[in-house]
Design a protein around this ligand. Structure first.
Ligand SMILES: *Cc1c(COP(=O)(O)O)cnc(C)c1O
Length: 253
């Protein structure tokens, strides 16, 4: 059998797929612009992180050709393979963001492709990321993920990702004190079944408190395809959009 794998960076999307993504990106940019206007904000203050999980590297290329500079993934192995595939492609060098939960045993691998980690939520991870980044001579941009669920829900199930609001300030101090990490700000996902607006307003309040101690940590990663307007109204600087750009994914993602 011959090796049918394409050479690095050579896979490309069909013209129909390019047209589909182009139209979706126009619609998304319009939503962002409208939400910014409503909030009295400049759309240039918003970074669109295109979440490409479950989608092929060819889609990432299309997005980059359309001007996307930031790409998000939630699984190390999938992202590493995709970033690898695109490494050989001329002109395709987006900033890669890890937006999903991170296990400490994956830190080394993640540092091989990620420029930004949005899911820092515990001390052990701070330690591992700091050591790993220091070993590669880099400074890694980090968002601390906050769990915005009600305290009772957090107590009942602590494994969903995100530090509790009570432990937030201390964890931010730890990131800021780590020599190879840069604290960019906070990240959150709106809790399931709750209204996104109040949750993001709460996040904005937490962000203000953190900025009192860490003025440079002024970024706020919030808002997905279903709730980007509420996030932008609350001051999000990074929206993480998947399905609005690339279509709905199979369940479990
Ligand atoms: C998948 C994912 C997104 C994008 O979600 P959509 O609803 O498809 O826009 C954003 N943030 C995180 C953490 C995700 O896992």
């Amino acid at each position: 059998m011959t090796d049918s794998r394409p050479a690095p960076g050579t896979t490309s999307a069909t013209p129909a797929r390019v047209a589909e993504i182009t139209a979706a990106l126009v619609a998304v940019r319009t939503r962002i612009a409208r939400a910014c206007t409503a909030a009295g904000r400049n759309p240039d203050s918003v970074t669109l992180v295109a979440v490409t999980k479950t989608r092929p590297a060819a889609d990432v290329r299309v997005l980059v050709d359309l001007g996307i500079t930031d790409v998000g993934e939630n699984r190390d192995s999938e992202a590493a393979a995709k970033a690898d595939e695109l490494r050989g492609a001329p002109g395709v060098a987006p900033r890669w963001h890890l937006v999903g939960q991170l296990q400490t045993n994956k830190v080394r691998s993640v540092l091989g492709w990620a420029d930004v980690v949005h899911s820092v939520d515990r001390d052990r991870l701070v330690l591992a990321l700091d050591r790993g980044a220091a070993a590669t001579g880099r400074v890694l941009d980090c968002f601390v993920q906050v769990d915005l669920r009600e305290p009772a829900a957090i107590a009942a199930d602590s494994g969903r990702g995100g530090v509790s609001p009570e432990d937030l300030a201390r964890l931010c101090d730890a990131v800021a004190a780590a020599g190879a990490l840069r604290l960019r700000g906070l990240m959150a996902v709106a809790p399931l079944g709750a209204s996104a607006g109040p949750a993001f307003e709460r996040l904005a309040g937490l962000s203000e408190r953190i900025r009192a101690d860490h003025p440079a940590a002024d970024a706020l990663s919030a808002g997905m395809s279903g709730d980007l307007e509420a996030a932008l109204a609350a001051g999000a600087t990074h929206v993480r959009l998947g399905s609005a750009l690339l279509g709905s994914r199979p369940l479990l993602h």
